[in-house]
Design a protein around this ligand. Structure first.
Ligand SMILES: Cc1ncc(COP(=O)(O)O)c(C=O)c1O
Length: 297
């Protein structure tokens, strides 16, 4: 079902999004070569150096302030192999981009990056690809079209208790099955978990617009409370609000005391995420707590 949704030949169920990314890197990149990705992407910043450890690759982090990569940066990294620098064997993008307030890629931007690395495979970390589908109105299969492989998380906004899926060409996914076993991800119990995943794909993508609308409410309050930080609520088009308040630790402590669980994703950087278990009343409570902390009415 996932393969169909993202327009690929085959797909594989894996225990986590991290494992899906790691399998893709092992399959598509060569040891001793460069993997290009944005510096705040999950595969670079939040997988404990796994790509280096598991696949023997060198990650070359590129600027991804707005969540997308610049085709000029990609082309320049590819060209650098002609100047005694390692060859680029893989390009990774993240859609939506978590640290950039869950920003979705527009197909034109993705195509431009793709063409700046001709002949080089692309892996899409689409942990929240269906949020991108809902926010842009563009079907997931079109969003993932330029990618060789694409992964999505069935947990997170899609509400499954566990699991992610990796899709791509049939022969590659057959090899992915072997890599999954090597990483300890082969499970005799996969059926019960995948059953919840089917519900995630069939019934839970439609509700993501509620999460987006609620995140937008949080974003407006953040912008009102701390105008000095230059936070643009318009940057929030999916379910994630990332901002740097004057006192991140103090704010998180205050929110927790009000029963609002935010997190920090980097020093001084706060993340609020909306999901199925955060309803209108929950968001109203979070807005009140933010206003108190920001001393704004
Ligand atoms: C963009 C992105 N990719 C991958 C992952 C990894 O997913 P998991 O936590 O299932 O390993 C996450 C998890 O937060 C993520 O945000």
């Amino acid at each position: 079902m996932f393969a169909q949704r993202v327009g690929k030949e085959a797909a594989l169920f894996v225990p986590s999004g991290t494992m899906a990314n790691q399998i893709a890197v092992r399959l598509l990149a060569d040891p001793g070569t460069i993997v290009l990705a944005g510096r705040r992407q999950h595969v670079v910043a939040y997988e404990d150096g796994a790509a280096a450890r598991n696949a023997g690759v060198q990650l070359l982090p590129l600027d991804d302030r707005r969540g997308i990569l610049d085709p000029v940066d990609v082309a320049s990294a590819v060209e650098a192999s002609g100047y005694h620098q390692p060859r680029v064997s893989l390009l990774c993008v993240e859609n939506t981009h978590m640290a950039a307030c869950g920003a979705p890629w527009q197909p034109g931007a993705l195509e431009a990056v793709r063409s700046s690395a001709p002949g080089i495979p692309m892996h899409m970390d689409g942990a929240r690809l269906f949020n991108a589908e809902v926010a842009t109105g563009i079907p997931a299969c079109e969003l993932a079209g330029p990618a060789t492989t694409v992964m999505s998380c069935l947990s997170k906004g899609l509400c499954a208790p566990v699991g992610s899926v990796l899709a791509g060409p049939r022969d590659l996914i057959e090899t992915a099955r072997v890599e999954r076993r090597r990483l300890g991800g082969g499970m005799r119990q996969a059926g019960v978990l995948a059953a919840a995943g089917l519900i995630a794909l069939e019934k839970m993508t439609g509700r993501l617009s509620d999460d987006h609308e609620r995140a937008r409410r949080l974003a407006e309050v953040v912008a009102q409370c701390w105008p000095e930080i230059g936070f643009d609520p318009g940057a929030v088009t999916t379910n994630i609000v990332v901002f740097s308040p004057p006192d991140a630790a103090g704010l998180l402590h205050h929110l927790r005391a009000q029963g609002v669980l935010g997190g920090a994703i980097a020093p001084g950087v706060v993340r609020l995420v909306t999901h199925h278990d955060v309803d209108d009343e929950g968001v109203a409570r979070a807005c009140r707590a933010l206003r108190q902390a920001g001393e704004c009415t």
